[in-house]
Design a protein. Structure first.
Length: 367
């Protein structure tokens, strides 16, 4: 038991699959995914965006493959990236085969939409021959016709029935290297569907609130939906779906995991909303520090509190802390200990200096 058991999350025990070198499921870190929004046939733009997504902290990236030119483009794309690639396939089984043969590490498909058993078998053979995993992607907006007729509308039971049907298709073909998603744009529907499914299968689950919207509402919907599930121990990989730059999806995904202690990548900033008591401009300081510290990948906690009401208490729990004081006199804390007084103009440079020093120490210990 940890020293703070109220923070402990007991993750569901799921099977482990491989998406390229990334292991998904079991006790492996919960991975963060995003998807390109370039034309896959525009190889240079797609490679550039994949690099941006990877640099932002994604573990896996997905690209859409609606036609043969797109699957052919994968051959060149995979030569220039260092992150596992998922090919998004919807209906044509040949696209899935081409993607597997072109270097995709995973196929996102609905086996039931691919066609007859012979076509599905060909896709599975291609996946097996190319060490390619599969994601069964059930979506409330594209359920099978007979399931919709049975339940009248998308509901948790409908999404789970679709998922279990597709699981059986793959299991009957002796294929177990897959994960599953049951997504909806409705938070309640998504959360209930994942909870039901987690009780009926041990395959790893890919979490997401699909078509969540623009940056602000989409981030909030995703945080509520994914946060609920993750804190219940459900979920092995996540994607935040925003009508925005994919880089922002990655940032939000990592922040969700960081906020509940499931991943610790980069600087975690605890900061106050500021008020008349602040000894320095908290909001502007935090914005500048977020930008200047965005390159840090090591797990470091930083508190930026404008006054002495809560400042010392927060600083005692973080690696580095700043507490505002009167008359241009603020206190720097290191490992919870008062270390040095700083004037307002020194705060940013000293914090950056200490964070980079701490990051360097962590790197040396890891070697």
């Amino acid at each position: 038991m940890s020293i703070r058991p109220f923070r402990d999350i007991k993750r569901n025990k799921t099977k482990v699959i491989n998406v390229g070198p990334v292991k998904v499921g079991g006790n492996n870190p919960i991975s963060v995914q995003s998807m390109t929004n370039t034309l896959t046939t525009d190889v240079n733009k797609t490679i550039k965006q994949i690099h941006q997504i990877s640099e932002a902290g994604a573990d896996i990236v997905r690209v859409s493959c609606p036609d043969e030119n797109s699957t052919n483009a994968l051959k060149e794309i995979v030569k220039h990236i260092d992150i596992p690639l998922v090919a998004d396939i919807h209906f044509h089984y040949k696209r899935a085969i081409e993607a597997a043969e072109s270097g995709a590490n995973c196929l996102r498909i609905n086996p039931g939409n691919i066609g007859d058993k012979k076509k599905i078998k060909e896709v599975i053979e291609a996946a097996k021959n190319n060490n390619c995993s599969i994601r069964i992607g059930v979506n409330a907006g594209s359920l099978e016709k007979d399931i919709l007729e049975k339940y009248k509308e998308p509901c948790p039971e409908a999404l789970v029935e679709s998922a279990l049907r597709n699981i059986k298709i793959l299991e009957d073909l002796d294929f177990q290297n897959f994960k599953i998603s049951v997504k909806s744009s409705d938070v309640f529907l998504s959360v209930k569907s994942y909870r039901l499914l987690s009780q009926q299968t041990t395959y790893p689950l890919h979490l997401g609130i699909t078509e969540a919207g623009s940056y602000l509402p989409g981030s909030i919907k995703s945080s509520i939906g994914l946060g609920n599930l993750l804190m219940d121990g459900i979920g092995d990989t996540i994607r935040v779906s925003l009508s925005d730059d994919p880089v922002e999806e990655v940032k939000i995904g990592n922040e969700i995991l960081k906020s509940i202690g499931l991943r610790n990548r980069g600087v975690k900033i605890i900061s106050c909303p500021s008020c008349a008591r602040q000894g320095f401009e908290v909001i502007e300081t935090v914005k500048i520090l977020e930008n200047k510290l965005s390159h840090i990948k090591e797990p470091i906690t930083l508190s930026i509190i404008g006054c002495v009401v809560n400042g010392p208490g927060e600083a005692s729990q973080t690696d580095i802390g700043i507490t505002g004081g009167g008359k241009d006199s603020n206190m720097l804390y290191l490992n919870g200990i008062q270390t040095k007084k700083l004037n307002n103009n020194e705060i940013i440079s000293k914090v950056v200096e200490q964070v980079e020093k701490k990051a360097s120490e962590i790197q040396k210990k890891a070697k």
